[in-house]
Design a protein around this ligand. Structure first.
Ligand code: CAA
Length: 382
């Protein structure tokens, strides 16, 4: 067993850390306050290989491994979680989905544009009545005699929906077959029949735009099908396995930022004549924060390592996301508490970390769904 990182992994971490410090951190408060989409910053991430980290260089990516992805995500999320949300959808949900399941033409055409950060990608699974119960979707794609599909329906909570050029959509092609009757399609949002709905006002990750999308007689060509007809649900689930490593990394980044600020603060802030870090009640919180942070890191690196070895990692990705997201929520909560009034104030980023952390327990599978995946894996029961 080797706990050290390779030179390439550390180099990418350094690139991400530099962009996080010089570009993202100084603008994070502005984007959180205004809710504007940080398009220029996303272009910088793309130009530096961070929008397609695991994408082979022949498709415009950085050609790096899953551990590099974890390290880079942590750096960006520590500066601003909303930027890392946009980054994770492009990397894990969009590029992974097409690389694993798309044909050569789809890889050349769609992955390159997203991996280079020239276009924004999205992933459309959730509907107003189906979130955790993902296969219970209604969006329909009806095959015509000429081989095209006519798509009608609504998807909700689509991250990057307001700005996405390309979207992987999951729609029902055979309602009789349940999860086996779902197919994945590549959607070009510039085509007729695609509409964007209301943008969601959100508690956190405010600069990552989220909206409803609607299809009204959108015509998909046979070459827009990703993978095989009827394989869509499995594609969505396997893409989410990879995505959960990204969200675990995001949670670690948010938690680390809150933790580092707290360590500085407890050494400087004095009460009753001494630094508050020398009180045992503060020390207990610091120790628990550090243990949760490192546990999350180790689980996330294990899942990424399994993925890099081509081994199954579904349950391990769920464990990483569950532990990391709950750690982020707990650590940011304690960080606000230790900072007192300053933690509650918008003059410091602690309250932003606290608001941003919450989403990691919800999207790409709630904590309840991660527990279900882990328990099913352990018991073999349904
Ligand atoms: N990889 C590949 N195939 C998988 C799989 C996986 N990880 N998990 C399940 N499958 C397959 C099963 O083997 C099964 O195949 P067969 O029909 O051949 O047997 C099929 O999929 C159906 O599986 P289940 O019967 O287990 O499905 P289920 O209806 O019980 O649901 C679930 C399982 C784990 C609850 C799943 O619905 C789930 O993960 N729900 C959460 C959805 C989610 O994470 N949504 C997030 C939205 S996207 C998002 O958040 C993005 C964003 O904004 C950033």
């Amino acid at each position: 067993m080797d706990f050290s990182f390779t030179e390439e992994q550390l180099m990418l971490q350094d690139v991400a850390r530099r962009i996080a410090r010089d570009v993202i951190e100084p603008s994070a408060e502005h984007f959180d306050r205004t809710g504007e989409f940080p398009l220029d910053n996303i272009r910088v991430l793309g130009e530096n290989g961070l929008m397609g980290i695991e994408v082979p260089t022949e498709y415009g990516g950085a050609g790096m491994d899953p551990i590099s992805y974890v390290l880079a995500m942590i750096e960006i999320a520590a500066a601003d979680a909303a930027h890392s949300t946009i980054m994770s959808v492009n990397n894990s949900l969009f590029c992974t989905g097409i690389l694993k399941n798309g044909n050569e033409e789809q890889k050349q055409k769609y992955v390159r544009a997203i991996a280079e950060g020239r276009e924004i990608g999205a992933f459309a699974l959730t509907e107003p009545q189906s979130g955790s119960d993902a296969s219970n979707m209604r969006c329909r794609a009806v095959r015509q005699a000429d081989g095209t599909y006519v798509i009608n329906g609504k998807k909700s909570w689509i991250t990057s929906g307001p700005v996405a050029r390309y979207i992987i959509l999951f729609a029902v092609t055979d309602p009789e077959k349940g999860a086996r009757g779902i197919t994945a399609f590549m959607i070009d949002t510039s085509r007729p029949g695609f509409h964007r709905g209301k943008t969601e006002p959100k508690l956190g990750i405010r600069a990552s735009a989220t909206c409803e999308i609607e299809f009204a007689d959108y015509v998909a060509q046979p070459e827009d099908v990703v993978g095989e007809e009827g394989q869509g649900f499995k594609i969505a689930m396997s893409v989410l396995d990879a995505g959960r490593i990204g969200i675990a990394s995001q949670a670690i980044g948010i938690a680390r930022a809150a933790y580092e600020r707290t360590i500085e603060y407890v050494k400087e802030r004095k009460a009753f004549g001494q630094a508050i870090g020398s009180f045992q009640m503060t020390q207990a919180k610091i120790a628990d924060m550090k243990c949760k942070l490192d546990s999350a890191m180790l689980l996330t690196l294990r899942a990424a390592w399994l993925k890099s070895q081509g081994k199954p990692f579904s349950a391990e990705a769920s464990m990483a996301k569950l532990v990391a997201s709950e750690a982020a929520m707990w650590i940011t909560h304690q960080a606000v508490q230790i900072h007192g009034g300053m933690g509650y104030s918008k003059e410091m980023p602690l309250e932003r970390y606290f608001r941003d952390a919450k989403i990691t327990e919800i999207y790409e599978g709630t904590s309840e769904i991660q527990r279900l995946v882990i328990a099913r894996h352990e018991t073999g029961l349904r």
